[in-house]
Design a protein. Structure first.
Lengths: 118, 114
């Protein structure tokens, strides 16, 4: 069965420090991968998604970047954190599928990382 | 721009009451539709989904949703809620072509009183 891991679970970082959040998926190949930020009352904001190694689509101009160095690894980074980067970050994956509506099937979410920038 | 609206932000019900959470989306083409639930301290997980066919779909834990294409709606229902249904519920859509972006609503926090 497939599983998705995120770490760390919680993180407290000072303003201006770098960030690296990691997400890995097991039990599937060539997944579509996603980073979201969840804020109370705002739902899930899509930050980045990737349909393959080295392919990153950025949805929101901001202080963050993403990379996909391996098929099942998705990393969220920042060179210098801002106070506004605080939040709950979720990684998700979905099957890439072969064609049609199967390509856009359900997503599977990780446990999330609570980031507090002080 | 594509968007999903969940009009009920907070809902409080007593056990055994009926539930209906609204979800409307704006997109002119064909979409896949989803409801996710996030129980306190747990991962987001899928409740149910609609791709095609019978517009009334049934999910886990007695939930169902009806897709009304003419109204761009996908409302979630449960005839009799339980205390354990206390959670946050998210509606999401994704066009069936051209993008891999899922659009989520802002969520509805449901509290069920025992």
């Amino acid at each position: 069965s497939q599983t998705i891991h995120q770490w760390p679970a919680t993180l407290v970082q000072p303003v201006g420090s770098p960030l690296s959040l990691e997400c890995t998926v097991e039990g599937t190949s060539n997944p579509n991968l996603y980073w979201y930020r969840q804020a109370a009352g705002r739902g899930l904001q899509l930050l980045f998604y990737s349909v393959g190694i080295g392919q990153i689509s950025s949805e929101v101009p901001q202080n963050l970047s993403a990379s996909r160095p391996q098929d099942r690894q998705f990393i969220l980074s920042s060179k210098k954190l801002l106070l506004s980067d605080s939040g709950f970050y979720l990684c998700a994956w979905s099957h890439a599928g072969t064609s049609g509506r199967g390509l856009r099937n359900e997503q599977y979410f990780g446990p999330g990382t609570r980031l507090t920038v002080t | 721009a594509q968007s999903v609206s969940q009009h009920n932000h907070h809902v409080i019900l007593s056990e055994a009451a009926s539930l209906e959470l609204g979800c409307n989306y704006s997109y002119g083409g064909t979409v896949n539709l989803f409801w996710y639930v996030q129980y306190p301290g747990q991962h987001l997980q899928l409740l149910l989904k609609y791709f095609s066919g019978d517009p009334l779909v049934k999910g886990i834990k007695g939930f169902e949703a009806e897709f009304i294409k003419s109204k761009f709606s996908f409302n979630l229902r449960k005839p009799s809620v339980q205390w354990s249904d206390t959670a946050e519920y998210f509606c999401a859509v994704i066009p069936t072509s051209g993008t891999y972006k899922y659009i989520f609503g802002t969520g509805t926090r449901l509290k069920v009183l025992a």
